[in-house]
Design a protein around this ligand. Structure first.
Ligand SMILES: [Zn+2]
Length: 395
């Protein structure tokens, strides 16, 4: 079994080891090597694997994946063959591991606070490219957290981060293990490794953790949404939380400058702007409708006792046309309206029988009801439809 060096020192970025086996990897150009000892963390418990290099002589093989097999061997996938028995120098990508430890350490603290303050149990960790998430099962089976609870959890965790409490990992003897106040029962029975953070979190975990809570830096909850009967709490920690804060501030400042208000008043300023825009749109629509109605009045001509109004309205708002058509038809009586705006609209009053749905289908692509139909077509469709009505008569 590979001796796992990260158990004792999670900040060990370089180490020496000997290759104990080598075989072809899953894809061409890949090999899988095992070492007698390794500081590379294999994917497990939701924490992704480490990357880095294994070097010997002038050769440096890139480590592109790390996993552990059922026997506890750590399998390193590398991009070149390294013969068994070779003494290698391993180097870990410390920035990637530090980021993982910040998210993983923060997850422990968040899960611990959810358990202590709300009685919720945490199942699983997904450490994503941008944010991480845990699924929480609440004692009353609810699937949401209130804004106050989210704030309380963030404050609890961040106060504990600022305490810079030590984080300790060890393998207790069975007697000691039985007495430990663990947040949840271990999933393994042998070689149970415990992580304790200050006096507020203790649980079994084989992962890598920062040396103290202060090195988690900061925790921010992004969202808490229902997911399969549980609550999915997404969060960021450490460097990721700092960049998120920077991004949000940059956009908030820009939005504040655009709306000429301080960041704290952005939501009320945006709501006010939205209201004023909607009122202005209503006013503009009313004016446009009136304008269109005036044009309809001008264009109307009498054919067999029916007012036929055929006209083209380029660059006219669709809503205003619809409103004008309805108003014209209902006010007029014995009227047919053929209009080309953004779309074709054919309409008639209830006391006329000619079918607008059939008419529009004869001249363009579209359809609708017998009294009103619409479709897509060039403005000339209106004069074609008018000719049909004049020739065949309006009923
Ligand atoms: Zn852990």
């Amino acid at each position: 079994m590979t001796e796992r060096l990260y158990y004792d020192d999670a900040y060990l970025w370089a180490f020496d080891a000997v290759v104990t086996s080598v075989k072809n990897g899953k894809r061409p150009g890949e090999w899988e090597v095992t070492l007698d000892r390794s500081a590379f963390y294999p994917t497990s418990g939701g924490q992704p694997f480490d990357t880095g290099t294994l070097g010997y002589g002038k050769v440096k093989a890139r480590v592109t994946d790390v996993e552990a097999d059922a026997e506890g061997e750590v399998i390193h996938t590398v991009d070149r063959e390294i013969p068994a028995g070779t003494a290698v120098h391993g180097e870990i990508d410390g920035a990637r591991r530090t980021d993982h430890m910040e998210q993983h350490g923060g997850e422990h603290m968040l899960a611990g606070a959810i358990w202590e303050k709300l009685g919720g149990t945490t199942i699983g960790l997904h450490l994503g490219q941008t944010e991480s998430s845990i699924d929480v099962s609440m004692p009353d089976e609810r699937t949401h957290l209130t804004d106050e609870e989210i704030l309380m959890l963030e404050n609890t965790v961040n106060e504990r981060i600022r305490m810079d409490a030590p984080i300790r990992c060890w393998f207790p003897e069975k007697d000691e293990l039985k007495k430990l106040p663990l947040r949840k029962a271990p999933t393994v029975t042998e070689h149970v490794r415990i992580v304790a953070m200050g006096d507020f979190e203790m649980v079994a975990c084989g992962g890598t953790h920062p040396a103290s809570t202060g090195r988690i830096g900061l925790l921010k909850i992004i969202s808490a949404i229902p997911a399969k009967g549980k609550i999915r709490v997404s969060f960021v920690c450490g460097g990721r939380a700092v960049s998120l804060f920077q991004t949000y501030m940059r956009f908030a400042d820009k939005a504040g400058a655009a709306l000429s208000c301080p960041v704290e008043k952005l939501s009320s300023a945006a709501a006010e702007l939205k209201y004023r825009l909607s009122e202005a749109e209503k006013r503009a629509n009313r004016l446009e409708t009136r304008e269109i109605l005036a044009k309809m009045e001008e264009a109307g001509e009498e054919i067999s006792g029916v007012t036929l109004c055929a006209f083209v309205l380029p660059e006219t708002d669709g809503k205003a046309v619809t409103a004008a058509v309805s108003e014209y038809i209902s006010a007029k009586g014995r009227a047919v309206l053929l209009c080309a705006g953004e779309r074709l609209t054919f309409a008639r009053s209830a006391d006329v029988k000619t079918d607008m749905n059939e008419l529009i289908k004869r001249v363009a692509r579209g359809g609708g009801r017998p009294d009103m139909a619409s479709g897509a077509g060039i403005p000339e469709c209106v004069s074609v439809a008018k000719k049909i009505l004049v020739t065949e008569g309006i009923g």
